[in-house]
Design a binder for this molecule. Sequence first.
Ligand code: ADP
Ligand code: ZN
Ligand code: ZN
Length: 743
Amino acid sequence: MPPEIRIVKVAVPCPLYGTFDYRLPTLNGQTIQPGMRVRVSFGRQKLIGIIIEEVKNSDVPPDKLKSVSALLDDRTLLPADILDLLLWAARYYVHPLGDVLQTALPVYLRNNDDATPSLTEFWRINDSQGLSSDEILQSLKRAPKQQQVYQLLNDADTGESGNGLDADAFNALTDNWRSPIKALLEKQLIDVHVRPAVLSSENTSTRVVELNTEQTDAVHSIENHAHQHAVHVLDGITGSGKTEVYLALCKSMLAANKQVLIMVPEIGLTPQLTQRFLECLNTTVVILHSAMNDRQRYAAWFAASTKQAQLIIGTRSSIFTPIPELGLIIIDEEHDGSYKQQDGFRYNARDLAILRAKNNNIPIVLGSATPSLETLNNINEQRYNVHYLKQRANKKPLPHIKLVNLCNQKLHEGMAETLLSKIKQHLDQQGQVLLFINRRGFAPLLMCHDCGWTTNCLRCDAHMTFHKRRNQLHCHHCGSQRPAPEKCDACGSTNIVAIGAGTERIEHYLQATFPDTQVSRIDRDTTRNKGSLEEKLEKAHSGESGILVGTQMLAKGHDFPNITLVCVLDTDQALFSADFRASEHLAQLITQVSGRAGRAEKAGEVLIQTHHPDHPLLQTLLHNGYRAFAKTALQERQAAGLPPVRHLVLLRCESVATQAAQTFLQQAVECARQVDIKNIDIFGPLPAPMERRAGRYRYQIMLQSDQRKDLHQFLSWWAPQLQKMVSARKVRWSLDVDPYDTF
Ligand code: ADP
Ligand code: ZN
Ligand code: ZN
């Protein structure tokens, strides 16, 4: 009898589909659970993989089977519900499982063997020694490095925070501190602690908000189904008090000892919201987003997974956080595009959240003033419940929206005179003004006034944006930069002009026109430094900045009470865009930014500039509102065979030489035609709307179907075939299931 061997299937972070079989070493009675990490050799690399399951047999002959080098965890990091979700997602998004798991795990766990000890560890002096710190320092005089480290801890502990020092703090103060720490720990002169990333309410809240009838109805009907799965859409106009509904729902979940996951589209929104939850509920909160460092993030993840935090507030990837007592998921601004990951593992966090709620048999709330067409379609088909908040909480009417016809108008940096005089009028009446333009930089391009030469990106089919303050050209597609030219590359003329306007140019012009008013620009360029967004939002909130100029960063959830005028400067581009979601986005944007006006005491006004005031989209939106627009838009999607009516998959491919990408896609189509493709239409290969980007040529194939099942059955066969094709090795390719755009 051969000795019994134990075999596990391991997901390894690599671009191949499927799992890999490894043999387990003899383990001293230790149990194996799916979701534990193992170190394995893979090709010539040593990688951290994740056990998916233990199996009896392998297709690999026993003598070829490699062994697991080390088992890294003594408990699973991915509880069954998360592992199931990830397995499902890998199949649904046709993405290599190893890479899916890699995306879901905190980066810290991908790079560190040890899953607990260095978790935001910090060290403090051990007070129970009965010796004074001077005596101890004296006793360490022959170990100067230990003495120094002890002194640092002593200084830190007598400081106001009394929090000890963590690795980051030590690194800032000294080097080579790890081994003295170890020595001091052995001598029991110091202790190690783990700092949870948890924020706690400081006082029991005394704040009482009486919910209005609509809010109460929404809360009651969601609570009536609190212990079973249902999707609840909270369709409430801006300022209608959706957040108050979330708070009420969380309150009863907390009373039942449940945890709640609250997802927001953008990092910028987390501090505001977190503050509100901490103030209104007596609770513990962790935040999870990509701007945190690896250790902070892991600490928050750990706190959620060990029930130390009741509320988990996070952006897209927080959907993968283990939350053992999860009772409710809330997705704020569910229509927002940032829930869709646009590269690598291209998942949609909103859709996965709905699946997670279903698997866990818990309710999920999708909140928005402008629900996505996907969600509206699901409401129409009675898969989702819907609760309306039709009134603003402050009972103020929604602001009046007016179109500004740009045709034949004299424009100043793209702004009509009527618009400028409105701005003046609002400023004179102590109002605050918000201008929205979805284009950063000074001007989208520079042009030679003598010969028409333009500043093009050498690596993309795109113009380079002029950034005046840095006097540079930036390509917003590939990131290339170069100094702004002093003369024309083609004819040598110095007669160079900036065409069009972005946020920087608008800011300049308005600051010059209204010198007594503080103009604040809020876009990615002005908020890059840590803390600068918070500072700008604070000044916007207090009214110190009289004019706010911003990109879509400003369109989301922020509540600025003093804004009385909102201007949308450019709509024409979106009206005629090739992107099938462009009109939906424009309608959402106009509705959302309009909601920024007149939140508090003063009535609001909204101006929208366009050369096409008669465009049916604008007319429907203005006269009949977002829901009426959405109804028309859904009919259009139906007629065009686009989502959410039909399902879409893109096979994208790019290569340095044009031919390689085309060849691969040609062969991909031929491969597909070998089988009986039921109910699936295949279009392409076609050039991507931007054919060349970052020096690569881009082509794509589009798959459409009414039947998800057929589509997925086909994809699960097709994708591994594509991976095996020789032509695949010369290109970069990816599948995008339910793509957000077709660019
Ligand atoms: P939304 O999330 O729908 O945009 P919020 O929940 O932020 O709206 O509410 C907008 C403002 O109205 C907030 O300042 C909030 O405190 C206030 N508010 C909401 N509901 C009520 C209520 N029932 N009574 C009084 N104030 C309310
Ligand atoms: Zn020229
Ligand atoms: Zn470029």
